[in-house]
Design a protein around this ligand. Structure first.
Ligand code: SF4
Ligand code: SF4
Length: 235
């Protein structure tokens, strides 16, 4: 490289550095286009999400018929519904409606089943915030205590009194955070116990596998012990 090329390259490098820094410094005097979440948003983020956002599921219990279509349509058993007979009225009522949102994949199959064939009691909301260290806090219980009478759906589905989306999910989330006390350690202990039970059940189902294993163990045990070293005759 001759001297003129060297000076030209130096000048080019210097000017491009200043061009880049000019762009960077210009941002010091512009209004930021980002906002800090969640304190400085103009409106709550939940209100800015699209209406069809698939957030937490909720159940409007006063329009739930107890048909269990949602439970049956869930491919991974996230929903648990118990129907029981009321001791006084002898009528069928609902004793449990739990959704384990820690397992849910938000596919919407339960929502579709309910909307198409029942009253639309179960639906996605725009609620999404529930940071917690406790997995049990994702089990939303829509019947916190007692039982819930079943709704008798009218023939004309347009007359079903569908209410606002969101308050049932928010209430269930508050209850779950407050009332579901199992810690991760306790859950791990439960899982370890369940795994042990599976192993025991398998052993009980196929005892011959255990019996066959015994001779092999016996062979290992029957191996002759290594001979002691022969003492050196010269010493
Ligand atoms: S009415 Fe809807 S939410 Fe209630 S059990 Fe039937 S499908 Fe599920
Ligand atoms: S959204 Fe999908 S995974 Fe979640 S409860 Fe409904 S059917 Fe099950």
């Amino acid at each position: 490289m001759n001297l003129s090329d060297y000076i030209s390259s130096l000048s080019n490098t210097t000017s491009t550095i200043f061009e880049g820094m000019a762009v960077t410094f210009s941002h010091l005097f512009r209004e930021p286009i980002t906002v800090q979440y969640p304190d400085k948003t103009v409106r709550p983020v939940v209100d800015m999400l699209p209406a069809r956002y698939r957030g937490f599921l909720e159940v409007q219990m006063d329009i739930c018929t107890g048909c269990k279509r949602c439970e049956k349509s869930c491919p991974i058993d996230v929903i648990a519904i118990d129907l029981v007979k009321d001791a006084e009225t002898k009528k069928q009522v609902m004793g449990r409606f739990d959704i384990d949102l820690g397992k849910c994949m938000f596919c919407g199959l339960c929502v579709e089943a309910c909307a198409d064939e029942s009253t639309g009691a179960i639906r996605h909301t725009r609620e999404f915030e529930a940071a917690t260290t406790n997995l049990d806090a994702f089990v939303f219980r829509f019947i916190p205590e007692g039982t819930q009478p079943l709704y008798r759906a009218p023939k004309d589905k347009s007359t079903v009194p569908v209410g606002e989306y969101g308050p049932h999910a928010r209430a269930a989330r508050e209850r779950a955070l407050r009332d579901n006390p199992t810690t991760l350690d306790a859950l791990r202990a439960l899982q370890a116990k369940a795994a042990e039970e599976v192993v025991e059940a398998k052993a009980a189902e196929a005892p011959e596998a255990v019996v066959e294993a015994k001779p092999a163990e016996a062979v290992v045990e029957a191996k002759p012990a290594p001979e002691p070293p022969v003492p050196d005759a010269t010493s």
